[in-house]
Ligand binder design. Structure first.
Ligand SMILES: [Zn+2]
Ligand SMILES: [Zn+2]
Length: 365
């Protein structure tokens, strides 16, 4: 089968590898779509970061490894002991394998499992015609949710967890610094929860995309004093919570200073440089500064929200052919072109978006 194998920095090869078969408790998927993520760019240009040159303790996987962790596939084979999924069913993959018996797995905080293996880095990923996942990694889509929508569940789950970390409620205000896919997903999630958003991004294309999605307050940090603007919009107090989905020093500072006293500042972006915080900037406002470790228990609610139409994809999600993953995917994202780029692994862009849903509806338990 065709697969995109990561060998090391700027060395991703489209090649042919043996098809995987499911073991006990596993599910084999024919991959429909796989999105490209900022963390893939980090791995490609600055890695190895998450991939390994020695076997991963949980999976035994080391480079070269098939990349891709934002995927939707169709169940084509079930390993022994798996009886609650049907052939033909579409699933979104939660791309984490965990040990299942450590302190954090026991507490339900499986995203903090010290042995955590990420699919696409520490086990074979979704940039391949077929992939095999553990049963608990596969989340069945609801009727009417397309395979392309299914490939967006993973980044939207990160956005969902990011919004949970904000600890805000309806009527409050959140400043989102960075209007990439995670920023857009956070905006849509906040809107669904009745929370006001102030969106900040230097890219005219991204600001326009968020405006089309319905964002009412969208700021250009090159054209205004962002912190002053946020304070103006919040009776002088600052946002109840702020999200750093940008990853630069300027956005981080604006996030911290635009958050109100005792508010929450959430970093979801991967910073390529260490963050410097002047001590009093954190001491005096008593802002709660926190991070986001993937997501936890977010796939089922995000799939439900997708089914009810909370996450329109128009204007910010595009598909490219498998062959073009480097040139039209990774390299364009590096140049800040495009927003969410999803690889059409099965080559079905011309076909109906919910082609597989008949089997999905007919055969699911
Ligand atoms: Zn991702
Ligand atoms: Zn564990």
């Amino acid at each position: 089968m065709r697969a995109a194998l990561y060998y090391g920095r700027q060395d991703l090869r489209l090649t042919s590898v043996p098809e995987p078969e499911p073991g006990r408790g596993e599910v084999k998927l024919r991959v429909h779509y796989n999105g490209i993520c900022g963390s893939d760019l980090l791995e490609y240009y600055d890695g190895p970061v998450t991939t390994r040159s020695t076997p991963h303790p949980l999976t035994g996987v080391q480079n070269p490894v098939i990349m891709g962790h934002e995927l939707c596939g169709e169940v084509v084979a079930l390993g022994a002991g798996v009886e609650d999924l049907a052939i033909g069913e579409l699933v979104a993959v939660e791309p984490v394998e965990t040990c299942g018996h450590c302190l954090y797995c026991g507490l339900g905080q499986y995203n903090h499992c010290p042995q955590l293996a990420i699919q696409g880095y520490n086990r074979a990923g979704g940039l391949a015609e077929y992939t095999v996942v553990k049963r608990r990694m596969a989340h069945a889509l609801l009727p009417g949710v397309s395979a392309l929508q299914g490939a967006l569940i993973e980044p939207l789950a990160i956005a969902w967890h990011t919004v949970n970390r904000c600890a805000v409620s309806a009527g409050q205000v959140v400043a989102i610094h960075g209007a990439g896919p995670i920023g857009a997903g956070a905006f849509l999630t906040l809107r669904r929860r009745g929370v006001e958003a102030i969106v900040i991004d230097p890219s005219p294309a991204r600001r326009a995309a968020l405006t089309r999605l319905g964002a009412r307050t969208v700021l250009d940090p090159a054209a205004c004093d962002v912190v002053a603007a946020i304070r103006d919009l919040t009776a002088g107090r600052g946002a109840h919570a702020s999200i750093d989905a940008a990853g630069g020093a300027q956005a981080f500072a604006a996030m911290l200073h635009g958050t109100r006293v005792d508010g929450t500042a959430v970093v979801v972006a991967i910073h390529h440089e260490p963050v410097v915080i002047p001590p009093f900037d954190l001491l005096m406002p008593e802002v709660r500064l926190t991070g986001v470790a993937l997501s936890v228990d977010a796939f089922p609610p995000v799939i439900a929200e997708m089914a009810r139409g909370s996450y329109p994809l128009e204007g910010w999600v595009e598909t490219i052919p498998f062959d073009a993953v480097i040139e039209r995917g990774i390299e364009r994202l590096r140049r800040q072109q495009g927003m969410k780029i999803v690889v059409d692994v099965a080559g079905q862009s011309g076909r109906p978006a919910v082609a597989a849903s008949e089997g999905h509806r007919g055969e699911s338990a």
